[in-house]
Ligand binder design. Sequence first.
Ligand SMILES: [Zn+2]
Length: 88
Amino acid sequence: MWCDTIFSCVHATCMLSHVLRVKGSGVKACKGKIPPDAHKQYLTLYKKGKMKNESRKWVSENVVETVDGIQHSAAASIQLSTKSQSTD
Ligand SMILES: [Zn+2]
């Protein structure tokens, strides 16, 4: 965007790592001149993306537990309904 670097990946975080010159991101640092205003925007986006990834991971971990709980309660309710039906 600010230079003629071609990204090896198409993810927005790669582009952000590039323009923000994030160390250890595996993306080459940008050699272009980035206006401070744009840099600020990229930094905000980058932080947002990181937070999203972390919360998404947290959510997916908790979703597994929730699904397990739903399956247990669903099985319990099925058992209850079949019991009440058989007694009728
Ligand atoms: Zn660049």
